[in-house]
Ligand binder design. Structure first.
Ligand SMILES: [Cu+2]
Length: 193
């Protein structure tokens, strides 16, 4: 009987424990070379981050990779599809490097990103084609809209560093870190590159 009561007590404690406070981290990026389509991300966050069950995809359509920039959390599998009537290839010379081969419309290949980093996506058949997959260490990232605004949902309260990635940004801009304190009410910040 005592054991049952103790067990119930533990369950009640777990049920009554306040959920970890998480809030919206939002703001605006100001950058000389345009502030749209930049990736804003938290550099380090405690915890583990499961990749999404549904694979995000990069399409090859009208001779372009779409989207041109795709941010994912480490461990994510990305599907590469071809919607054009011509063959396309996908390879990346970055980090461990890969070449997924060449395939026709309607077919697809997948790649699982096990390491953080920037992976340039290229097509050996069409040298003008280019895209970027940004593999990040946690799920707290967002892409800026046309007005430079970004919003990262469900960030636990805490002190973080933000960084910004964009293909046109120079090295020092990409290395620039912005401290931010997220409270239960969230955080609003301006990142001036
Ligand atoms: Cu191609």
């Amino acid at each position: 009987m005592n054991r049952i009561i103790m067990g119930l007590g533990i369950i009640a404690t777990l049920l009554l424990a306040p959920a970890a406070q998480a809030a919206n981290l939002e703001g605006n990026v100001t950058a000389a070379k345009g502030n749209a389509g930049l990736i804003v991300f938290v550099t380090k966050a405690p915890g583990t981050f499961a990749p999404p069950a549904a694979h995000p995809h990069v399409d090859q359509v009208r001779m372009k990779f779409t989207p041109r920039v795709l941010p994912v959390v480490v461990g994510t599998s990305v599907d590469f599809i071809n919607s054009d009537s011509v063959n396309h290839n996908v390879f990346s010379p970055d980090n461990e490097g890969y070449n997924l081969g060449t395939w026709a419309k309607g077919d697809k290949r997948s790649y699982t990103f096990k390491r953080e980093g920037v992976y340039t996506q290229l097509c050996s058949l069409h040298p003008e084609m280019e895209a970027f997959i940004l593999v990040l260490g946690n799920s707290y990232f967002a892409t800026t809209g046309a007005d430079g605004h970004f919003s990262i949902a469900n960030v636990p309260a805490g002190h973080y560093q933000l960084q910004v990635w964009g293909e046109k940004l120079k090295g020092p801009e990409k290395k620039k870190t912005f401290p931010v304190d997220v409270t239960a009410d969230g955080a609003k910040t301006t990142l001036a590159l």
